[in-house]
Ligand binder design. Structure first.
Ligand SMILES: NC(=O)c1ccc[n+]([C@@H]2O[C@H](COP(=O)([O-])OP(=O)(O)OC[C@H]3O[C@@H](n4cnc5c(N)ncnc54)[C@H](OP(=O)(O)O)[C@@H]3O)[C@@H](O)[C@H]2O)c1
Length: 252
């Protein structure tokens, strides 16, 4: 049964794979057998993830990419195909998590709105578009999006992030409805609070932990098994689904 979780022979492309959850998913997928393409803007960080993937005995390629630039996205996918012959799995993980602080709507500029939507929503569309035709032609592929609990709830003054992550959840449904009949399976992970900065002191002591049923913040490695499940044959009859990984927060 565990064989269905094997990623042996599969090529995975992870955006935002130089840090945090993207790095954790890249390494988990490599441990499951995948070759990994890591893409983001900061070259040193994606090179570091690629080196750690190679240390696990898998092939890896770091491609500096701004996922809001469609020419760069298309080139990224082209380079991934040249290196590994195909892209079996796309993980749309890149996002602006901390740089755009919530603020009153009247203080948000056009540029801030556009950047927030471009990075947190449009980039997933651009990357999915770049891989979809080839996946359909091969009758095989996986697209995994990363949303947020704030895609389901209103968050005070969190306009771009909330609107974009809500968009990601429904983009997942549209992609699944449109592409699954051609063998392209689509899923969405909804992380709760996951500490991505080290040292990981906040995972047990943060005041918000009282609102999380399991009583603690998550750690990045906890997203790995879910990413492997959604990327692998084990999830072949699940598509369009959004799965919470939040210690029960959404049910509290
Ligand atoms: N950690 C959590 O608690 C949590 C909760 C809910 C949802 N999420 C979601 O999980 C995903 C990963 O977040 P994280 O917590 O791991 O934060 P993170 O460490 O800040 O990761 C975000 C990644 O996105 C990349 N990125 C940002 N803008 C980009 C651009 N224009 N082009 C290419 N890459 C870009 C960044 O790399 P560069 O700056 O090098 O480009 C970075 O590696 C995000 O989509 C976030 O919304 C996280």
């Amino acid at each position: 049964m565990l064989q269905t979780l094997s990623m042996e022979g599969k090529a995975v492309l992870v955006t935002g794979g130089g840090t945090g959850l993207g790095k954790a998913m890249s390494l988990a997928l490599a441990r499951a057998g995948a070759d990994v393409v890591v893409a983001a803007r900061r070259q040193s960080l994606i090179e570091q993830t690629a080196a750690e993937v190679r240390a696990l005995g898998r092939r890896a390629l770091a491609i500096p990419t701004d996922v809001t630039d469609t020419a760069q996205v298309d080139r990224m996918v082209q380079q991934a195909r040249e290196a590994f012959g195909k892209v079996d799995v796309l993980i749309n993980n890149a996002g602006i998590v901390r740089d755009q602080r919530p603020k009153p709507i009247w203080e948000i500029t056009d540029d801030e709105w556009r950047v927030g939507i471009e990075v947190n929503l449009s980039s997933a569309f651009y990357c999915a578009r770049a891989v979809a035709r080839d996946m359909v032609d091969r009758r095989s592929g996986r697209i995994i999006n990363v949303a947020s609990g704030l895609g389901f709830r209103g968050g005070t003054d969190n306009y771009m992030y909330g609107a974009a992550k809500g968009g990601i959840i429904n983009l997942t449904r549209v992609l699944a409805t449109s592409l699954s009949r051609y063998g392209v399976i689509v899923g969405c992970i909804v992380p709760g609070f996951v500490t991505t900065r080290e040292p990981d002191a906040s995972s047990t002591r943060a005041p918000r932990n009282q609102f999380i049923p399991v009583g603690r913040t998550g750690v990045p490695m906890e997203i790995g098994p879910l990413a492997v499940y959604l990327a692998s044959d084990a999830s072949s009859y699940m598509t369009g689904e959004t799965i919470y990984l939040d210690g029960g927060l959404s049910h509290a």
